[in-house]
Design a protein around this ligand. Structure first.
Ligand code: NAI
Ligand code: MG
Length: 506
């Protein structure tokens, strides 16, 4: 996914000052900034310098219980259940406005904590504001229904909030993923306990300081920081949680479905992919090369919808590999706060090691056209070269497993049917793209692709107004768009008898 905000980038952000003592953050429970009951903290890094920039509470199950109790109480009693849709909408509008006002500092913090280029962080923050605005508008557009039952009765369908939502998010779009989850939940009237990724908790903690000002009652949104096993897992099994919304790895997604089964929680999952980006010979060649590069290398390739399998028609295949590789070598990698930077470091040492390992696997499985190692010019920071493997067989590990870094696999195909077959030959089904100037062919391929998002002559633009989510093992449920709020609503059927004499057997 990539941002398409029309909002202008915030003002020039100065390079980070020399890092002093790490800033100590607190988490946010029941309207207050608090430490965990153990008073333990864990370090948060700047992946471009490998230095500790902050410390955040290392919460555990007891803290989770406290946050869930606050969310439960806010849902069941207090002002929240009486709040009108109009009020919820206004709260979301105020949050959008506040995010816009603080955009420069939020983008700076996001950039430093995640390693993404500042220009991309600015787009993300603009999208955060747009997301709150969109669901602010939607709060008053949740409509029920009158069902035409064959009786003297009024049959209604009411839409009601599901209850307490546990929201577990990853590190690749930290505040944006929080917005995708919090905004529709608030609009629907749910209450939330959100766990940011342990690598990137800073922007959402900063954002938490806007909630009271915006008019949100205590307990409606709680932010608990910590690790998957100690915070994520207890959240998922907590009996007072009604719904889990998760974005992250397939492995954890499967564990969540199993754990949620005990209490039959509603679950939505947005997992990864191995998305095909398909190029026919009749595509605009220059646009195609840019689309292939952007599709897989944006945000250092740490994107669930990364176009990591690049399928190219044989007629243009050698020329394509050559042009793509030549251009990949010119991509500017460097400190994420510099405005010319196009790719920053990977988010963490773990992710760096993982991607480096796949580069080595790729060298054995296929031919290397560009990159293949870490960035030699940087002695610090988790920088990885944009890497292109070609003559990749679709059964290779680098073509089947999600790498989540700047590693592209280029695969040749010889016909439309062959392209569709390779594209769908994957356990995933998040996204896909097709490039052609023949609209009949492009639409045939669109219909045949088993994926939740399909782009034509583009890859990655993502809009809060349109649904996002996957087929197959890329998850279930949809975020964003009108579908996004449905995932936070239950349907209540109401039957109102209009007969003076009740109908019955006795
Ligand atoms: P992960 O799935 O372990 O982490 C995502 C979130 O889940 C984090 O907040 C984490 O603390 C939490 N979590 C971890 N274990 C949990 C558990 N047992 N119960 C509840 N919550 C838990 O992803 P990780 O380890 O950061 O990255 C590994 C791989 O996952 C990546 O290389 C990438 O392939 C994939 N991934 C996919 C993402 C996507 O957008 N679809 C985002 C991040 C990672
Ligand atoms: Mg993990």
């Amino acid at each position: 996914m990539a941002s398409q905000s029309k909002t202008k980038p915030a003002k020039e952000v100065k390079a980070a000052k020399a890092v002093g003592a790490p800033r100590k953050f607190k988490m946010y429970i029941n309207g207050e900034f608090v430490e965990g009951h153990r008073r333990a903290f864990f370090p948060v890094y700047d992946p471009s310098t490998e230095q500790v920039i902050a410390e955040v509470p290392d919460a555990d199950e007891q803290d989770v219980n406290r946050a869930v109790a606050a969310a439960r109480a806010a849902f069941d009693s207090g002002p929240w259940p009486q709040t009108t849709a109009q009020d919820r909408g206004r709260i979301l509008f105020r949050l959008a406005e506040r995010v816009r006002k603080e955009a420069a500092s939020l983008a700076n913090l996001e950039c430093r904590n995640s390693g993404k280029p500042i220009t991309e962080a600015e787009y993300d923050i603009a999208d955060v504001a747009t997301c709150f605005e969109y669901y602010g508008g939607m709060a008053t557009k949740v409509l029920g229904q009158v069902n035409p039952v064959p009786d003297n009765a009024l049959s209604l369908s009411l839409r009601e909030p599901i209850g307490v939502a546990a929201q577990i998010i990853p590190w690749n779009f930290p505040l944006l993923m929080a917005a995708w989850k919090l905004a529709p939940a608030i609009a629907a009237g749910c209450t939330c306990v959100l766990k940011p990724a342990e690598q990137t908790p800073l922007t959402v903690l900063e954002f938490a300081s806007y909630l009271t000002d915006a008019g949100l009652p205590p307990g409606v949104v709680n932010i608990v920081t910590g690790f998957g096993e100690t915070v994520g897992a207890p959240l998922v099994r907590h009996p007072d949680v009604d719904k889990v919304a998760f974005t992250g790895s397939g492995e954890v997604g499967k564990a969540i479905v199993k754990a949620a089964a005990d209490t039959l929680k509603r679950v939505t999952l947005e997992l990864g992919g191995k998305s095909p980006n398909i190029f026919f010979a009749d595509a605009d060649f220059e646009a195609a090369i840019d689309g292939a590069l952007f599709g897989v290398f944006v945000n250092q390739g740490e994107v669930c919808s990364a176009g990591s399998r690049i399928l190219v028609e044989k007629k243009i295949y050698p020329k394509f590999v050559e042009a793509m590789s030549a251009k990949a070598k010119t991509i500017r990698l460097g400190p994420p706060l510099e405005r010319e930077t196009k790719m920053g470091p990977l988010v963490s040492k773990d992710q760096f090691d993982r991607v480096r390992a796949y580069q080595e696997i790729g060298k054995k499985e296929a031919k290397t056209a560009a990159g293949g190692g870490r960035l030699a010019s940087q002695s610090k920071g988790y920088y990885v070269e944009p890497t292109i493997f070609y003559d990749v067989d679709n059964s290779a590990r680098i073509a089947r497993e999600e790498i989540f870094g700047p590693v592209a696999t280029v695969i040749p195909f010889d016909s439309e049917a062959n392209a569709i077959k390779i594209a769908n030959d994957t356990q995933f089904g998040l996204a896909a793209a097709v490039w052609s100037r023949d609209i009949f062919k492009a639409f045939r391929v669109v219909k045949a692709l088993r994926a939740g998002i399909v782009w034509v002559n583009h890859m990655q633009p993502t809009y809060v107004e349109a649904p996002w989510g996957g087929y197959k093992q890329s998850g279930f449920g949809r975020e964003l768009g009108p579908n996004g709020i449905d995932e936070y609503l239950e349907t209540k059927q109401v039957h109102i008898n209009l007969n003076e004499q009740p109908i019955g057997w006795y």
